[in-house]
Design a protein around this ligand. Structure first.
Ligand code: AMP
Ligand code: GLY
Length: 425
């Protein structure tokens, strides 16, 4: 069986690793991939911003299954395009991916289906926003409607700064592109949980839960990033909470999308805030998370390809996922300067010694291979992921392996998972 993975980050490296372990695998191709992925899969050039180019890659390769990693190809309609050509593809159609690609759509959908989320208003002009804003108490969250890789969310300490932020979004001064609409919503307090599920359009199966660390700095300080580390344990959700979230959030979402004739097949990533009034949806993503996927797949015992194929064929109800008990953690090493500007092209050393630490897998986010050497090629460079019977041991293994790795300007947070450890009785 030949599998094509679209994407170039740590998530895609972890997907390629998990797919390769499948009983049925013969070949994994990744487009465009990266230096780390090239060690386990054939990488071919592809521009993820160009729908026609991606379709040409899939048509030329004729894979038995295509897995779409990032949101951009989903927003361009890669799933629709491949389905039209009779190719099997895992991921939601462009219409279903609107749960991620339009925050206004997602909020109205949540309200239509009585799914818990922060109070909000969708505004198409500053005048509309000025009218709505009196109903909100600062801090006020202002969100651009479209995809902005985490940079489109602003937490504003006063109504005045919220209006300024909105003006910046509407004129394009803040993100470069002028926004047509935005969401303002109440600020929620609590722990964030990434609750990912597989869906075949009707049924939902949860993956192991995870907690991302979005800020660049230790103690959750500084600007937001794509994710600096993540952990997953058996005990991070209270007993019964998984069922509650399935019953009140994930299942009604999938049912609602089917009722509205845009059935959702793929990964439904529910970004939740665990508040005093229960879990609330902060956002949906229509894909695997990064770096959540690295930590989650390290815990998956059953065959990933079987599960993804069950989604495509509408057989998810008959599928059960098996998980290794215990914990996993992923610590991300980034280039100095990230999430702002950074330099690339520095040699990465110590990877072989790091890989010898028991339970460790290293997934590359931004690396390139030149001859025998791996060079840094992105803001997030790699994630050291470790599984162990306890979170303490998983973190100790990840940090022990990380200590072996070097590149110029290498930075990583030393407090991944520490909030969970502190909470323990
Ligand atoms: P989003 O892209 O909507 O998930 O927002 C990015 C990040 O902003 C989230 O992961 C949260 O850390 C934060 N955030 C978003 N919405 C809220 C909210 N209503 N209250 C508090 N924090 C939020
Ligand atoms: N780690 C956050 C995301 O994948 O969106």
């Amino acid at each position: 069986m030949k599998v094509l993975i679209l994407g170039s980050g740590g998530r895609e490296h972890a997907l390629a690793w998990a797919v390769k372990r499948s009983q049925r695998m013969t070949e994994v191709v990744c487009a465009p991939g990266n230096g780390g992925i090239a060690q386990i899969a054939r990488c071919i050039p592809a521009d993820l911003k160009n729908l026609d180019a991606m379709v040409r890659v899939a048509e030329a390769e004729q894979p038995c299954l295509t897995i779409v990693g990032p949101e951009l190809p989903l927003s361009l309609g890669i799933v629709d395009a491949l389905q039209e050509r009779g190719l099997r593809v895992f991921g939601p159609t462009r219409a279903a991916a609107m749960l991620e690609t339009s925050k206004g759509f997602a909020k109205r959908f949540l309200q239509r289906h009585n799914i818990p989320t922060a109070n909000y208003a969708v505004c198409a002009s500053t005048a509309e926003l000025e009218k709505a804003i009196d109903f909100f108490h600062p801090p006020i969250v202002v969100k651009a409607d479209g995809l902005h890789a985490g940079k489109g969310v602003l937490i504003c300490e006063s109504r005045h700064t919220a209006i300024e932020a909105a003006q910046g979004l509407f004129t394009g001064a803040l993100l470069g592109e002028a926004e047509q609409q935005m969401v303002i919503e109440e600020f929620l307090k609590g722990d964030e949980i990434s609750f990912l599920c597989l869906s075949d359009g009707k049924h939902v199966v949860p993956l192991a839960p995870a907690q991302d660390h979005k800020c660049i700095g230790e103690g959750d300080t500084g600007p937001n990033t794509g994710g600096m580390g993540v952990y997953s344990t058996d005990t991070m959700l209270e007993p019964g909470m998984t069922e509650w979230i399935l019953h009140h959030i994930a299942e009604p979402t999938v049912r609602g999308m089917a009722e509205e004739e845009t059935p959702f097949m793929g990964v439904l990533y529910c970004g939740l805030m665990m508040t005093a009034r229960g879990p609330q949806v902060l956002e949906f993503n229509a894909r695997f998370g990064d770096p959540e996927t690295q930590a989650i797949l390290l815990r998956l015992e059953s065959d990933l390809v079987d599960a993804l194929e069950a989604c495509i064929d509408g057989r998810l109800a008959e599928t059960e996922l098996r998980w290794n008990s215990g914990a996993s953690a992923c610590v991300v090493a980034s280039s100095s300067g990230y999430p702002g500007s950074y330099k690339t092209g520095f040699p990465i050393t110590g990877l072989a010694a790091a890989a010898h630490v028991p339970g460790v897998q290293i997934f590359h986010s931004g690396s390139s291979r030149v001859g025998d050497q791996l060079l840094t090629a992105g803001g997030r460079v790699l994630g050291v992921t470790a599984a162990a019977p306890s979170l303490e041991e998983a973190l100790a293994r990840a940090y022990q392996a990380m200590a072996e790795i070097h590149f110029e300007g290498m930075y990583y947070r030393r407090d991944i998972g520490h909030r969970a450890l502190k909470k323990k009785p």
